[in-house]
Design a protein around this ligand. Sequence first.
Ligand code: B12
Length: 210
Amino acid sequence: MSEELIKAITEMREEDALKITTQLLESGTNPLDVLEACRKALDAVGKRFEEGIYFLPELMLAGEMMNQITEIIKPKLAAMPDRKRHGKVLLGTVAGDIHDIGKNIVSFMLDVNGFEVLDLGVDVPPQKFVDAIQEFKPQVVALSGFLTLSFDAMKDTVAAIQSAGLRDKVKIMIGGGQINEEVKEYAVADGYGRDAMAAVSFAKEWVGVK
Ligand code: B12
């Protein structure tokens, strides 16, 4: 059934994709497994885009399907973990990058796992992160990015936080499509997470929640 969902999204069959999502959840499939199927499908869409088989309209439709599927899944996820407030996380997609589907999932998962999240949105310049750290006083900063271009934006953002004298006040995690451990070293961040659950694990570890 998850395979059918992957196929429907990859083939741009929006109605089928939404119907299959609902069926999967009704039959008791773990919502996190449904999200994983969507990730695989979007990987396939991204490959077709790279190969010149799909173009921007397909990327956009894939993004739209993913947003709708996330809306269907949210109530199921909200029913899962605890809602205590463990600490604050400042989140945003770095400068030059407008991808926000993965970031929104991270935001939602942090929220349902007990964190107060301030989401600055997309294409966020380094100074805006700095200003928000001063006002919101988070323990954790989460940078999202999906483009190769985001590597430098992440490095610049960490550097701006350092120059403002705030680096030792926050732990910084990064994540998103093209991001990996090497980018973490390059950007001088404290952690790289592959998915939203990794973001939750880092945040919990860094504020001292078991
Ligand atoms: C949908 C999509 C779009 C949509 C975005 C819609 C939106 N509202 O976000 C639109 C159509 C707008 C778009 C535009 C572009 N895109 Co685009 N897009 C994608 C696509 C297909 C899916 C991305 C996605 O949302 N995945 C779904 C999420 C849920 O996936 P996920 O990675 O599993 O998410 C998890 C992790 O990333 C993690 N995570 C995310 N953030 C964080 C943060 C932290 C701290 C942590 C710990 C974890 C974490 O948690 C998430 C949830 O579990 C990817 C292909 C791909 N495979 O990624 C290309 C892709 C990212 N896009 C690409 C490109 C090139 C572009 C454009 C430049 C195209 C163009 N010519 O204009 C523009 C860029 C515009 C800009 N300035 O940003 C390339 C990037 C290549 C590169 N090396 O830079 C990709 C890889 C496609 C490809 N294979 O070529 N895109």
